[in-house]
Design a protein around this ligand. Structure first.
Ligand code: TYD
Length: 214
């Protein structure tokens, strides 16, 4: 449970590679600004100077940390971001949009790397202090389509993009399982839709939740 009342709204964006999350974070932010709200935009791993340093280490194709070291580094970055950025923003009533959060650890380090889900849930709770998003938007897409989009868009791939197809298939399946287990928190989006259709669907999910934002 949260140690202090948090009056804002915490929205996380999850899914595989190249699913269009980043574009939709920007579009949702624009809609919120049009409503007179100033959202806080952040991402994982990253979002603070220390966490961005950890991100560089994690995504560098020159390194190959063990699965457990990779999980701990993700959690170290998360602990920094939650205490330094997300909790203070929510405490002051802001809407926080976070590109990935702790479900990514369950999907990538759990299903992808094969680490124990209970261990990862314990680490997630430690890093977040039990802070659970009010809404999680899951961008569901065939990984082959996502990776092809990413290669087409920038040509740049990070260390995790380069994992084999079965890794990405396991990640996708785990995200869908997580969504089925918590239907009140997750909204599953067909990321093959047009950006306009996705934006509209996301607004339908977010707008009713704004009533609780002070
Ligand atoms: P990024 O380039 O931000 O990918 P995307 O645009 O797809 O979000 O890189 C983040 C990578 O880190 C992505 O491959 C997923 C991975 N990741 C994990 O493996 N575990 C985690 O807990 C998080 C937050 C991210």
């Amino acid at each position: 449970m949260s140690p202090q009342p948090l009056s804002g709204l915490f929205v996380t964006f999850e899914g595989g590679e190249g699913a269009g999350k980043t574009t939709q974070v920007a579009r949702l932010a624009a809609r919120l600004r049009a409503r007179g709200l100033e959202p806080v935009l952040t991402r994982e791993p990253g979002g603070t100077p220390v966490a961005e340093g950890v991100r560089a280490l994690l995504l560098d194709t020159q390194h190959r940390p063990t699965a457990l070291a990779e999980a701990f580094l993700m959690e170290a970055a998360r602990a920094e971001l939650v205490s330094g950025v997300i909790r203070p923003a929510l405490a002051s009533g802001r809407v926080v949009l976070c590109d990935r959060y702790d479900d990514s650890t369950l999907a990538y380090q759990g299903a992808g790397r094969g680490l124990d889900a209970d261990v990862l849930r314990t680490l997630n709770r430690a890093a977040t202090g039990g802070l659970v998003p009010g809404l999680t938007l899951l961008f569901d897409l065939d990984p082959a389509v996502g990776l092809a989009r990413r290669a087409g868009a920038s040509g740049a791939t990070n260390r995790l993009d380069r994992e084999p197809a079965d890794f990405h298939a396991r990640v996708r399946a785990r995200f869908l399982e997580l969504a089925r287990a918590e239907p009140g928190r997750f909204v599953v989006l067909d990321a093959a839709l047009t950006p306009e259709a996705l934006e509209a669907r996301i607004w339908e999910a977010v707008e009713p939740r704004l009533a609780a934002v002070r």
